[in-house]
Design a protein around this ligand. Structure first.
Ligand SMILES: Nc1ncnc2c1ncn2[C@@H]1O[C@H](COP(=O)(O)OP(=O)(O)OP(=O)(O)O)[C@@H](O)[C@H]1O
Ligand SMILES: [Mg+2]
Length: 444
């Protein structure tokens, strides 16, 4: 059976075959999503068209992505070897019927792509400059980059999932920059940072005199501003429930109406959404609309946490050292082996963002050309990195209260991996209040 760690966030289903192509298992989800009757299926050829067993066999050695058509529905499958010397083929993308042509043209270009892939191995990456900025050579990140590059050609909605600091925003920008919409605007909107009362005017805009305080010329909303480009909805889980319904209508009808307006306007936008929360759980808890969730799940790109791609840690660290060398006018050339060991054994709960701040911290202290454990005040390898200094003497009550508040907020953020909504829940305060306090105390 499929190992939990191999599952993507949204499960379209999978099937398992032996090396001769005989079907061993077809998952319930696959039958449901593709309208298949598992009892009538015995061989791979009956199921998956427009690809071959040989292709699957070759692909499986490197956990590759292959194209196929399952019961007339085009899809992308991730193939990997399973322990019983067979293959697991897991559907990671079910194309909407309207994208069939797009997929078929991709299929026709398959050979060309393979040639490009070989070239890419000789030169690290031949995609646009922005994809090159996404550093990493682990197979996990390479695969996501490849998928993201493919999906960027179309206009399908993309949902980026992954822990905080894994690079979701970077991917959103790279997808836009490689897409046919690259000349159009990329409009980001952070759903966590907009007060609930302003959401609709931010998204939909307003006409003159729509409400007291509305300017005399009115104002276009972010959706309108993204016309012919991409709208990036960051932290989509924070979209208020009522706005979710209104936004869903935009996705379905591709039309908007400004607040206080009378006419509707057609919009041509691509949606990229990102979240570090488990939307499925929020749907089950009644906090996120199920219909919107499915609308967003046309294509999910799950960015793996840094601890699952340890090969990238030192590579990224080198990149950040180069960046900070330029910025700070330093000449650090290497990382001491003990520090390397420490870095490879650390879990990086804040992912690449944490690694970047970590390097920045060391670069502020380093002397000479080698970054060492001493530059982080880490006397020995297992010293907890974020140990807070103990308070020595009693301060004024006001200072003590401030320190206690800061430490509670830091702890809540640590325990929730930086998820502000969860942290606010834990602290039993409003999200807006958490933001205010974080800004007051300059907390990241
Ligand atoms: N693969 C990468 N190569 C280079 N830099 C990266 C990579 N991944 C992330 N970064 C850097 O790490 C930082 C965090 O990335 P980003 O803001 O995209 O994360 P995120 O997934 O959107 O996090 P959050 O969920 O907290 O919003 C940024 O400074 C980004 O440039
Ligand atoms: Mg982000």
């Amino acid at each position: 059976m499929l190992d939990e760690s191999k599952k993507t966030f949204w499960d379209w289903g999978f099937f398992e075959i032996d090396t001769n192509g005989r079907l061993i298992h077809v998952s319930q989800q696959l039958c449901e999503h593709f309208n298949l009757e598992s009892s009538q299926l015995t061989h791979f050829n009956q199921m998956l068209k427009e690809t071959s067993l040989q292709k699957i066999g070759i692909a499986a050695n490197s956990e590759a992505i292959v194209f196929g058509v399952l019961n007339n529905i085009p899809c992308l499958l991730k193939v990997f070897l399973c322990s019983q010397k067979g293959f697991i083929c897991q559907v990671i993308l079910k194309y909407e019927e309207s994208y069939r042509q797009e997929l078929l043209s991709l299929l026709n270009n398959n050979e060309q792509q393979k040639r490009r892939k070989v070239k890419r191995k000789q030169r690290p990456l031949s995609h646009s400059y922005t994809f090159e900025q996404i550093n990493g050579t682990s197979s996990a990140i390479e695969q996501i980059k490849e998928l993201a590059a493919r999906v960027s050609r179309g206009s399908s909605t993309v949902l980026l999932t992954g822990e905080s600091g894994t690079g979701k925003e970077l991917f959103a920008q790279a997808i836009h920059d490689l897409s046919p919409r690259r000349e159009g605007p990329f409009i980001p909107i952070n759903c966590a940072s907009i007060p609930e009362s302003l959401f609709e005017s931010e998204l939909f805009g307003y006409e003159a005199g729509a409400f007291s305080g509305a300017g005399k010329d009115g104002k276009p909303g972010k959706i309108e501003l993204a016309q012919n480009g991409t709208l990036f909805l960051d932290e989509i889980s924070e979209l208020p429930f009522i706005t979710q319904g209104k936004f869903l209508r935009v996705l379905q009808e591709r039309e908007i109406e400004r607040l206080g307006g009378t006419g509707r306007k057609r919009v041509d936008i691509r949606i990229i959404a990102a979240t570090n929360r488990d939307l499925m759980t929020l749907v089950q808890e009644g906090k996120f609309r199920q219909d919107l969730f499915y609308r967003l799940l046309v294509f999910e790109l799950k960015i793996p946490p840094l601890r699952d791609r340890k090969e990238d840690i030192l590579l990224l660290a080198d990149q950040f050292i180069d960046d900070f060398n330029d910025e700070f006018g330093l000449n650090v050339k290497e990382i001491d082996p003990l520090l390397k060991d420490w870095m490879l054994n650390y879990d990086w709960p804040g992912n690449v963002r944490e690694l970047k701040s970590f390097i920045e911290r060391g670069m502020n202290i380093v002397e000479g050309g080698t970054l060492t454990l001493d530059d982080f005040f880490l006397p020995y390898a297992n010293f907890p990195i974020y140990q807070k200094p103990q308070m020595k003497e009693l301060l004024s009550l006001e200072e003590e209260v401030t320190n206690a508040e800061i430490s509670a907020i830091e702890r809540a953020l640590e325990e929730t991996n930086g998820d502000k909504t969860l942290a606010a829940e834990k602290l039993n305060i409003h999200l807006a209040s958490l933001y205010r306090k974080m800004s007051k105390y300059n907390l990241k």
